[in-house]
Design a protein. Structure first.
Length: 282
């Protein structure tokens, strides 16, 4: 509960690295992306504001941040309804969804233009340095306490992967070779993990872009049925790592994301609200 209370002091990097995971050793680190690894919240609000102004939709910036972690379709539905543009009595659900999808497509095109100009959200090194410290513990997973890492994001898969690739984080920190195959001892790859290795190795063959080998450890809203605050994203990330969420550390920047970690079974002392880190969001 303390991690949700207003902070009396900021959490330092040393504090995060020395937090304990009872009663077993820490098994993995799982990170949200938007607002956690990259400072994309204010970046994406630019698109929301431009399109909401164009379509006479009401969406205050404070509400945008309060809904962080919610799937974008659900967020857009709330915006339409509170702006008096929700589903009308003579409109089918399919037609209403189509209106929302048209709006989201327009928003994606807006972001695409921003990216074509070289405009990307900045890296939050306060958080990514934690991941780097973990990787630096050993040359292989399992050495000197180094644990595997994954991403669990409610964001659009293309945007999440593009942002991670832009900063080199996909290869540096969440590479499937480093996190699933590069183990201290071959014995560490038990039966369950060997099945995951096979799933990752074969994922390019099934034609599903949500499970490609290079991005196997990047779990986004397209990979699960329910977004945050439901636990599906974090549970799927843990499944792909072959770990027990009770003994993993999760990093989030949003109240809905913190609730998602709780529902996934992460121990309270292993839920890190990155908004309380020293230096955040730089």
């Amino acid at each position: 509960q303390a991690l949700l209370d207003p902070p009396k002091f900021a959490l330092s990097l040393e504090t995060i690295m020395t937090m304990h995971s009872p009663p077993q050793p820490l098994q993995a680190l799982v990170f949200d992306c938007d607002g956690t690894l990259v400072n994309s919240m204010s970046y994406f609000f630019i698109g929301w504001k431009a399109l909401c102004d164009k379509h006479s939709l009401t969406f205050p910036e404070s509400q945008f941040y309060s809904l962080a972690g919610l799937p974008v379709h659900d967020m857009a539905k709330i915006v339409f309804e509170q702006s008096g543009q929700g589903k009308s009595e003579d409109e089918s659900e399919e037609a209403f969804r189509a209106r929302i999808n048209d709006f989201l497509h327009e928003k994606h095109e807006f972001i695409k233009i921003m990216r074509s100009r070289g405009e990307y959200p900045t890296e939050i090194k306060t958080v990514t340095d934690i991941a780097r410290r973990n990787k630096a513990l050993g040359s292989r997973v399992g050495e000197n306490g180094r644990v595997p890492m994954a991403v669990a994001s409610s964001g659009d898969r293309k945007h999440v992967i593009a942002d991670l690739e832009h900063h080199g984080l996909l290869k540096e920190l969440f590479d499937v070779e480093e996190n699933l195959f590069n183990l201290e001892r071959e014995a560490d790859a038990g039966v369950a993990l060997k099945k995951l290795q096979a799933e990752a190795a074969e994922s390019d063959l099934n034609g599903n872009p949500n499970t490609s080998r290079d991005t196997f450890l990047i779990v986004t809203r397209e990979c699960v049925e329910r977004g945050k605050p439901e636990p599906d994203l974090f549970l799927e990330a843990c499944r792909r790592l072959g770990v027990d969420p009770r003994y993993c550390r999760g990093f989030e920047d949003a109240d809905l994301g913190v609730e998602s970690l709780r529902r996934a079974g992460f121990a309270e002392e292993n839920i890190v609200d990155v908004r309380k880190l020293e230096g955040y969001p730089k």
